[in-house]
Design a protein around this ligand. Structure first.
Ligand SMILES: *Cc1c(COP(=O)(O)O)cnc(C)c1O
Length: 357
């Protein structure tokens, strides 16, 4: 069986050797040596000033909204995983959807300003599939209207834009280290911010608001990464170059095979050093997508409909029309891509896709 992705696992002995250090200290969570070491290595590898490792990639979104004291309306993208929109609603803010660019698939920055009202407090946009939003335009609009900018950078591990980590853009960026993501800790995630004060607020909030063992500086929640997760991160991290290169190879084969077909492929923003996190293909119609998906499923190949449905159609949000997103979401399918997927499997997948077009 071939799924859209397969979790990269290091040798079990490597994981256990790192885990032994947690055993030796008898310390399983509350920011033990492994989590701190993982954060230090992430800062060094990604060249980012601050990071807080967390339990998953959703709590950092909720904490960011809380830490910035956002209320009212938050402008967001309809084309993302549900966590982007649900985190806004969960924090009792209103997600206001702005349509996406039909080729980059990120929020359409030219439509942002017309969505801003006196209740707007922030923009929460997703660098979907690791493709950067138009960060300069978004920053300029945010400045002009005094809005905060949060990036859901769940797909962006290892992505650089204009020579620096994509995590360095916006007031804060969040990442997911879920087992299906490019870098993973089983479950896990992180928040990144260049703002030291905001970092301090995030830090307290991810640990119940603690300011020392007996004092509290704010409201908080428990989003602490455990040592078990930290150990997985430290075991996977040395393989990141190999993982990304293996993905690149598969991506190049797909690209070459599909370049003369009617499939629409992801257009990357220029000056992006990508991480090959997903291989989305956009079909002419949903019927064509379903036909290809059925044919792949019959061969025990299971691509995923990332991202469907368009989030502006969720039941708990105000349904404003987003024609581009509503057109693309039913037609986009992510093909299997992971280290260990053999070239012959890749060829089998692309042959079935092309045959069914
Ligand atoms: C995976 C994902 C999340 C959620 O991350 P978890 O670690 O699963 O909580 C949020 N946003 C996007 C865009 C994602 O793909």
């Amino acid at each position: 069986m071939i799924n859209v992705t397969k979790t990269f696992l290091p040798e079990q002995s490597e994981y256990q050797a790192i885990l032994k250090r947690a055993w030796d200290t008898g310390w399983m969570t509350n920011r033990g040596v492994l989590v701190k070491e993982l954060e230090d290595k992430l800062k060094e590898l990604l060249n980012v000033p601050n990071v807080i490792a967390m339990t998953n990639g959703t709590l950092p979104l909720q904490i960011a909204i809380k830490a910035m004291d956002l209320s009212g309306e938050i402008i967001t993208t309809p084309f993302s995983y549900v966590a982007t929109a649900s985190s806004i609603a969960w924090e009792r803010c209103e997600p206001v959807f702005v349509d996406i660019h039909p080729e980059y698939l990120t929020i359409d920055e030219t439509k942002l300003e017309e969505a801003i009202t006196s209740s707007t407090t922030a923009i929460l946009a997703t660098h979907v599939f690791g493709n950067p939003c138009h960060v300069e335009a978004i920053e300029a609009i945010a400045k002009k209207h005094d809005l905060k900018v949060i990036y859901d950078a769940a797909h962006c591990f290892g992505v650089a834009y204009k020579g620096q980590s994509l995590f360095n853009y916006g007031d804060a960026s969040t990442c997911s280290f879920h087992a299906t993501k490019v870098f993973h800790t089983g479950e896990g995630g992180a928040v990144f911010t260049k703002d030291k004060e905001l970092y301090n607020t995030f830090f307290a909030m991810h640990n119940f608001g603690h300011d020392g063992p007996e004092a509290f500086q704010s409201i908080g929640i428990n989003a602490k990464m455990s040592e078990l997760q930290g150990a997985m991160g430290l075991a996977v991290l040395p393989y990141m170059k190999k993982i990304i290169n293996a993905r690149r190879t598969i991506c190049e084969i797909y690209n070459e095979a599909f370049k003369d077909t009617e499939l629409q492929l992801l257009k990357l923003r220029s000056e992006t050093e990508w991480n090959f996190s997903y291989f989305p293909v956009i079909f002419k119609s949903e019927e064509q997508l379903l036909r290809v998906k059925d044919a792949l499923n019959s061969a025990q190949i299971f691509p995923r409909r990332y991202f469907y449905p368009s989030l502006n159609t969720l039941e708990y949000v105000n349904n404003v029309k987003c024609p581009e997103s509503e057109s693309i979401a039913p037609r986009v399918l992510c093909l299997p891509m992971y280290p260990g997927l053999t070239i012959s499997d890749v060829n089998r997948i692309l042959t079935i896709v092309i045959e069914e077009l």
